[in-house]
Design a protein around this ligand. Structure first.
Ligand SMILES: Nc1ncnc2c1ncn2[C@@H]1O[C@H](COP(=O)(O)OP(=O)(O)OP(=O)(O)O)[C@@H](O)[C@H]1O
Length: 268
């Protein structure tokens, strides 16, 4: 197995509550009356990268979307169970979903910059939250672009349209946009599937750096990528969590036959 970065991992049953970033307890999700997630319980480790893997349609994106209640946008969505983040069950009736979403960054498969300048893209969320102080916005833009390894590419053209950037630069801009709000959790849904191998490598290096400050969950179809970048991996099948362990174990000695069949390419 090709490992890109050194890992410090515990066995998943040794991860304490304090080391847990997202604690999912008996989560069931229905979309249009169809069961899409079936009794999922998983503790996603804090400040680590967890990959969600499995065949198309197994529920990876739905699970990812349940961490920032994006599934609520589907009016035919129903769920029960609990998702605990920072000692709060985010499905509690008192939870303010808009605030929650500002604390959790999300990057999608295809970069979706707004048709505005690079600068405005990065500080968009801060402005929505009411930040008007120019100095604060300038600092946040510079910090986020540096963290996303894009600053040196764009520092002289911050007020050019973001749509003029290359695909890889746009994806790094999307990461900077998420980082501007200093999220504790970063959700990545196939963030490199539209990028070439070299740009993918740069984004993987960046993701590895970011785990110092965020808990990262990444959905990927690319087994090599999951093995390269993740500290932990969860294999899903037909809406169920089949196996969850540190990535070294899961990719070299999976416990379940279904996991082995998937990672060795026998199906999926
Ligand atoms: N809006 C919806 N209404 C009904 N069913 C849906 C809806 N969105 C997704 N589904 C179904 O839920 C299941 C899980 O979808 P999901 O997108 O979470 O899977 P996935 O593992 O991320 O798939 P992929 O790897 O192809 O992106 C699939 O069977 C899908 O058809």
């Amino acid at each position: 197995m090709f490992k890109l970065f050194e890992r410090e991992t515990l066995a998943v049953d040794e991860i304490s509550q304090a080391q847990t970033g997202i604690d999912v307890r008996h989560l069931n999700v229905w979309l249009n009356r169809k069961v899409v997630l079936n009794d999922i319980s998983i503790r996603i480790p804090k400040n680590r990268i967890t990959a969600l893997i499995g065949q198309s349609g197994c529920g990876k994106t739905t699970l990812l979307n349940s961490f920032n209640r994006m599934n609520d946008l589907n009016r035919y969505h129903k769920c029960d169970g609990e998702v605990w983040i920072n000692e709060r069950n985010i499905y509690d009736r008192k939870e303010r979903v808009a605030t929650l979403r500002t604390q959790i960054g999300m990057v999608f498969q295809r970069p979706n910059p707004f048709p505005m300048s690079i600068y405005e893209n990065v500080c968009f969320g801060l402005k929505i939250k009411g930040e008007k102080n120019r100095r604060v916005l300038d600092d946040a833009v510079e910090r986020s672009l540096k963290q996303a390894a894009l600053w040196s590419d764009v520092r002289d053209r911050l007020f050019d349209s973001a749509l003029l950037l290359s695909g890889g630069q746009q994806q790094r801009l999307m990461i900077a946009r998420a980082l501007a709000l200093s999220p504790e959790i970063l959700l990545l849904d196939e963030p490199t599937s539209a990028l070439d191998p070299l740009t993918t490598l740069h984004i993987e290096e960046l993701i590895n750096e970011l785990k110092k400050q965020c808990t990262i969950v990444i959905v990927t179809h690319n087994m090599q990528q999951a093995a390269r970048v993740s500290d932990y991996a969860a294999f899903m099948h037909h809406g169920e969590l089949i196996e969850f362990s540190d990535s070294d174990s899961l990719f070299t000695m999976p416990e379940k036959q279904q996991t082995e069949d998937y990672i060795t390419g026998r199906y999926g």
